[in-house]
Design a protein around this ligand. Structure first.
Ligand SMILES: Nc1ncnc2c1ncn2[C@@H]1O[C@H](COP(=O)(O)OP(=O)(O)OP(=O)(O)O)[C@@H](O)[C@H]1O
Length: 229
């Protein structure tokens, strides 16, 4: 018998106090290895949905389940621990810590989780940097990296704790087309070869077509959710 989905939203609605609905009645399940693009016009609720799925925000109604557990029932500290261990985030702006080297930026979440220490933690971080073409840049500060390198460093950081699911909000929004395609090459590899799941918000229709499933939002509602070849 197969287990529960990795992540599941059940009739999740996110409403602001003033009655503004950001996301309405969204139900979807994410399985391991899925590469999901979330598309839709500006203001349609893509980021809001990603925050719900990333457990950065809570639904006003409905549930978000991680590996079959209702996340609303988890104490805040446990939720933060699960996010750190199971989820990785990539945003449009890299949000690397400017005063830390590329290596330290990847090491910080590893140390925070506390499963790996000393040389093992460092080896993991260096391995991730090397996998994304940053082996020689480990001592550099974010400002000394190119835009593409910074985003690859942010992806390395997102993978620091070996997450099952990566959530990316317009990760190519600041990149030229070659670097943008490079980020999607990485996402393809992470899903196909490593079995991770990725949910990526993108405005770019040609990049969205590279995902294995596309979810389209309009006014906070899922208007289509389709597998694509
Ligand atoms: N805290 C808030 N207060 C008021 N309105 C908000 C708030 N957060 C989001 N919104 C509104 O909710 C709607 C959905 O926003 P969201 O950022 O999720 O959309 P999006 O599809 O990601 O947009 P974009 O493509 O422009 O980034 C928008 O109309 C936005 O202006």
């Amino acid at each position: 018998m197969s287990g529960p989905p990795l992540l599941e939203a059940r009739a999740a609605t996110r409403q602001l106090a003033e009655g503004v609905v950001l996301v309405r009645d969204v139900s979807l399940a994410i399985q391991p290895g899925e590469f999901i693009a979330v598309t839709g016009p500006s203001g349609s609720g893509k980021s809001s949905l990603l925050y719900l799925l990333g457990l950065l925000d809570r639904p006003s109604r409905g549930e978000v389940m991680l590996e079959g557990r209702d996340t609303a029932r988890l104490p805040a500290a446990e939720l933060a621990g699960l996010r750190l261990a199971k989820l990785g985030f990539v945003f449009q702006f890299h949000f690397l810590l400017p005063e830390f080297t590329a290596l330290d930026n990847v090491l910080i979440p590893i140390r925070r989780l506390g499963r790996l220490h000393g040389a093992a933690a460092r080896d993991r971080a260096m391995g991730l940097l090397a996998a994304f073409g940053l082996a020689d840049a480990w001592q550099k500060l974010p400002e000394q990296l190119s835009g593409g390198m910074r985003q690859r460093c942010a992806i390395a950081r997102a993978l620091a704790n070996d997450p099952a699911l990566i959530l990316a909000d317009e990760p190519t929004g600041n990149l030229d087309s070659a670097n943008a395609a490079g980020v999607f090459d990485i996402f393809e590899r992470l899903t196909r070869e490593e079995g991770r799941s990725i949910v990526v918000v993108t405005h770019d229709a040609s990049l969205a077509r590279r995902a294995t499933r596309q979810i389209r939002l309009m006014d906070g509602v899922v208007v289509s959710d389709q597998a694509q070849g």
